[in-house]
Design a protein around this ligand. Structure first.
Ligand SMILES: Nc1ncnc2c1ncn2[C@@H]1O[C@H](COP(=O)(O)OP(=O)(O)OP(=O)(O)O)[C@@H](O)[C@H]1O
Ligand SMILES: [Mg+2]
Length: 283
């Protein structure tokens, strides 16, 4: 049984790349490979032009990492922990660290063991960003954070990319990824099943169309174009799904009859993903 197979992926400088997949898909495993925390039986990875394995140390200096299973020395306070990490890494940037702590509302003076999950996560985020790394790898960055802080973390990721630096984040939340990322890689059962720009993924989604005809019943001779599918019909109301490419044909077919209304609902990315998850092989 292989954890990952045929995972061929390139992330560009200056982008936020979302790595999306269900539990156990292989997101954290991929990240651990990138950081040389585990080693592949075959295959190689490069970070910032460096060999992830042979030049791991040099790569490590230029990246920030938030592990999915964050463990912090919980006898220390946030201040003490961040101090010691800053010393280890050299090149600390106190003003940046202060700004991050303020923005993410880090509780500075209490022992970490007394902090809630979300408050620990914030410390993990600060340490990933505080040395202004060129590449930031975040495994489930907003897990445990309240909605306001999730928005703040998204903003941080966007600012990092706007600054020409790179963010790689894993998530099982479509919502998180579609708001934060430029491109999305979908991973399922250890395989990359799709990579696309967020807006293109959305455009591939099916539309939900509700047509209300003017009479008491839908016309018997309504011609549904190829690719569209009627999901419900009730009196004058017909509901169907259609790919974006078939919308013109759907509207023309409907408009051959007197209409009361036609509503096309915005694409639902969730359905694209479900289709991708379903179509992949294996468990
Ligand atoms: N070193 C390894 N060798 C082989 N299989 C592994 C190894 N490490 C993890 N796995 C398996 O790889 C699969 C993917 O696990 P991984 O933790 O990467 O998933 P994930 O996408 O991060 O899931 P989650 O969303 O739950 O965090 C699991 O089935 C796990 O048991
Ligand atoms: Mg994981």
């Amino acid at each position: 049984m292989r954890a990952l197979e045929g995972l061929d992926l390139r992330v560009e400088r200056g982008e936020v790349f979302g790595f999306l997949g269900p539990n156990g898909a292989g997101k954290s495993t991929t990240i651990r490979l990138l950081l040389d925390l585990i080693r592949p039986t075959a295959g190689r990875a490069w970070l910032l032009g460096l060999d992830a394995r042979r030049e791991a140390l040099a790569a490590r200096r230029r990246l920030g990492y938030l592990p999915g299973d964050l463990r912090l020395d919980d006898r220390l306070t946030a201040e003490e922990l961040l101090d010691s990490l800053a010393r280890l890494r050299g090149g600390a940037r106190p003003p940046l660290r202060r700004a991050l702590c303020e923005r993410l509302e880090v509780v500075p003076g209490r022992p970490i063991r007394q902090l809630s999950k979300g408050n620990r996560q914030k410390i993990g985020l600060v340490q990933a960003f505080m040395h202004r790394p060129e590449l930031i790898v975040l495994d489930e960055p907003t897990s445990g954070l309240d909605p306001l802080l999730q928005v703040e973390v998204r903003a941080l990721m966007r600012e990092t990319a706007a600054d020409g630096r790179t963010v790689f984040l894993s998530s099982h939340s479509l919502d998180e990824v579609q708001h934060a990322a430029d491109r999305v890689g979908v991973v399922r059962a250890g395989r990359l099943v799709d990579v696309d720009r967020v807006e293109r993924l959305r455009a591939r989604a099916l539309r939900h169309v509700t047509i209300t005809f003017a009479g008491a019943a839908a016309p018997r001779d309504l011609e549904i174009p190829a690719g569209a599918r009627i999901v419900a019909a009730d009196g004058p109301v017909v509901r169907l799904t259609a790919p974006a490419a078939a919308m013109d044909a759907v509207v023309r077919a409907a408009a051959r009859h007197p209409l009361a209304d036609l509503v096309s609902e915005p694409a639902d990315l969730e359905e694209v993903l479900l289709a991708l998850y379903r179509d992949g092989d294996g468990g």
